[in-house]
Design a protein around this ligand. Sequence first.
Ligand SMILES: NC(=O)c1ccc[n+]([C@@H]2O[C@H](COP(=O)([O-])OP(=O)(O)OC[C@H]3O[C@@H](n4cnc5c(N)ncnc54)[C@H](O)[C@@H]3O)[C@@H](O)[C@H]2O)c1
Length: 348
Amino acid sequence: MEKIKIGFLGCGGMGQVAHLANYVQLDTCEVVGLCDAKKNQAKLVATRYGVPKVYDSEEELLADPAIQGVVASQAFEFYTGTIPKVLKAGKHLLTEKPLCTYPQNGAALVELAAKTGKIHMVGNQKRSDPATEYAVDQVRKWKESGEVGKFKYLRVIATPGDWVAGASWAWQIRTDETPKDNIRETRPAGVSDEFHKVMLGIVNGEIHQINLIHFFLGEDFKVAYADKSGVLMAGESASGVPVTLEMAPYRPNQEWHESALVCFEKGFVKLELPAPLMSQRAGKVTVYRNIEGNESYTVPVLPYVSALRNQAANFIKAIKGEKRAPCTSADALKDLQIAWDYVTARGL
Ligand SMILES: NC(=O)c1ccc[n+]([C@@H]2O[C@H](COP(=O)([O-])OP(=O)(O)OC[C@H]3O[C@@H](n4cnc5c(N)ncnc54)[C@H](O)[C@@H]3O)[C@@H](O)[C@H]2O)c1
């Protein structure tokens, strides 16, 4: 079996803990080289993870014809600069979430992916949690079969606690080198400092939940209401399904409480997700049916596979043409538009 050859552009905290640690364990790919703006850090990371080659610059990595796919885990304000370089070099690409900060800047990135014909997958890893895959598939089946009636309501709630959840975050290699600065994303004209600050918060945090809403709906939605404190956003899908997003109405210290409730007339699918860096564990799905008075619950046993591990596997499958990338840049652009509309609806 041919292994897909992967190069890493950026080996910071997420690059190491969320990505490299997973890619080096997949039998479908091979991490052939890496590059980080912190050159000494790059060498130390390559040694720890057994990566054979360290490139001196991103240009050198991108010029290597052996590399088929690039994982670029960098600060998202650099993506408007990095993404075009990788796509124009003819490499498939996985970037972290969000696509960038502003939908106005993201549109050109989506166009470029289409023009080059390369896969650009965005790291909204919750779509790759085996529990999410199961839940979304169940919802799709119910939409198609009508078995439990109409799709009535979608609620997503997230109350962040400890996002690391025992993963080896503190074990990451971090040198104190000062790398040369990258090209940063420009702010669209007329955006105030306050709008920018709130936008950064939403595209960094809530973008995961907005992305999940789009995944369950399988269609667009519009923001109808946003409370000023940032706890509640309500919307309506293209086919009229009401949607709510509740963000951090309380704060746990340790636990991570995040769920989606997808309601039909005669049943629901409930998805519960673990902390983002949780390893070796999927979320939980509960399927409830109430058909002609017969009520039942189904709770599938899912594999010991985390969202981030499965996301890595999904990127490789997408490169091989075995599966659609769970979140393309075009999907992620829709999330940025919702984030923009959400901030606007808050009156900022
Ligand atoms: N998916 C999630 O749940 C989740 C959680 C946290 C953070 N993130 C995202 O992860 C991204 C990275 O976060 P992080 O904490 O790893 O940041 P980080 O600063 O620790 O790592 C980024 C690394 O990229 C390197 N770098 C920057 N530009 C480079 C270039 N042009 N070429 C090579 N290397 C370059 C930096 O030197 C640094 O080592 C952010 O965009 C953030 O939004 C996602």
